[in-house]
Design a protein around this ligand. Structure first.
Ligand SMILES: NC(=O)c1ccc[n+]([C@@H]2O[C@H](COP(=O)([O-])OP(=O)(O)OC[C@H]3O[C@@H](n4cnc5c(N)ncnc54)[C@H](O)[C@@H]3O)[C@@H](O)[C@H]2O)c1
Length: 249
């Protein structure tokens, strides 16, 4: 029980990687709050989480600035504290750079970068009381500059820059701030694999470990490590959890 009684807030925790992290943390004893817009998935995941630990589902749009202070307040009112913040949710549209609009940029930055930025600010007072842990999310698409991902890649790399600054500022407070850059089989990738099996197989053959990660077993377990005291001497780092696909030096 590496996270016994720690309180974790996971954005986009109803499905995909967020759900995998929520389950992995609940199985290690964390009290888990998932925030999402998809109520059906949120309620379903909440019922799964409750088999292992105390949990709460909150419906909120994290791209709206005013919602974020309310969100932290609700978590603290319900569980009394907040020890682990996982800034996982991020929405974007894939388009060639010259077709990318201000709306596309706003969608990606509001759900990804600004939610991460303001939630860290809102959670700070709570995190510093308890050697808090923050886990933010990057992407190989940002690190490698994947074509058609201008809005997404730039928000993801902005999150990496921000994470390094905050890790340096909050180190003296005993707060660890790290990044996971994942590759995992979520429903979006599953649909794509059925749509275009040839491209999917090509992608899998480009992964040194030859499979697309599992949200709970492969990504969730690393998130547990980063949220636990086992990783207390790691901060400001990007951890590639993508089967070896992207190497950073
Ligand atoms: N899946 C991958 O292989 C992969 C690869 C690289 C990076 N990532 C990153 O990992 C993270 C998780 O990715 P995923 O594939 O699980 O995503 P996903 O799209 O499968 O899930 C995102 C969740 O966030 C929720 N959400 C969306 N907008 C929201 C909002 N405004 N407010 C609250 N909740 C909202 C969705 O309802 C959904 O439950 C993201 O940061 C993503 O960029 C994923």
């Amino acid at each position: 029980m590496k996270l016994k009684d720690r309180v974790a807030l996971i954005t986009g925790g109803a499905s995909g990687i967020g759900r995998g992290i929520a389950l992995a943390m609940a199985k290690e004893g964390a009290k888990v709050v998932i925030v999402d817009l998809n109520d059906e998935a949120g309620e379903k995941t909440l019922a799964e989480l409750k088999e292992f630990s105390d949990a709460l589902y909150i419906h909120k749009d994290i791209s709206v600035r005013e919602n974020l202070s309310e969100l932290v307040q609700e978590v603290v009112e319900h569980f009394g504290e907040l020890n682990i913040l996982v800034n996982n949710a991020h929405v974007s549209r894939q388009k060639p750079f010259m077709e990318t609009t201000p709306e596309d940029v706003a969608l990606s930055f509001n759900t990804g970068y600004f939610a991460t930025f303001y939630l860290m600010q809102e959670a700070y007072e709570e995190l510093k009381k308890s050697n808090g842990k923050v886990i933010n999310f990057a992407s190989g698409a940002g690190i490698n500059g994947q074509p058609t991902q201008a809005a997404y890649a730039s928000a993801k790399e902005a999150i990496r820059g921000l994470t390094r600054v905050v890790a340096n500022e909050w180190g003296p407070d005993g707060i660890n701030v790290n990044i996971i850059s994942p590759l995992a089989l979520t429903s979006g990738i599953e649909i794509w694999s059925k749509h275009d099996p040839e491209q999917y197989n090509k992608m899998v053959n480009g992964i040194p470990l030859r499979y697309v990660g599992d949200p709970e077993q492969d990504i969730g377990r690393v998130a547990v490590f980063l949220a636990s005291e086992d990783s207390k001497y790691i901060t400001g780092q990007t951890i590639m959890v993508d089967g070896g696909t992207t190497k950073i030096y």
